[in-house]
Design a binder for this molecule. Structure first.
Ligand SMILES: [Zn+2]
Length: 88
């Protein structure tokens, strides 16, 4: 059985300190207090090898037509982050 690493797109909330640039609109994917903005992070594999990480705003990824497939929205928050939001 051959396991080929594939490009994956996952939805995450943008965290403080993020300084990524959106591939689609070329503006910063920035954390904003009080607004929980989602981003899509794509680990891009070329020929089965990891090539790069691409960041998109959630809306931009939809506008781009899901270039790396439908994003996985099952884990938008890590448990620790979820607890911090609940306590705020
Ligand atoms: Zn964007």
């Amino acid at each position: 059985m051959v396991t080929t690493q594939r490009t994956r797109a996952v939805v995450r909330y943008i965290e403080a300190g993020s300084s990524a640039e959106c591939v689609q609109c070329r503006s910063a994917v920035q954390f904003r207090a009080r607004i929980r903005v989602q981003q899509v992070i794509c680990n891009v594999y070329v020929d089965g090898k990891w090539a790069r990480v691409e960041h998109y705003h959630r809306d931009c990824y939809d506008e781009a037509g899901h270039p790396h497939g439908a994003p996985d929205e099952s884990q938008p928050l890590r448990p620790r982050t979820r607890a911090a939001v609940a306590a705020a």
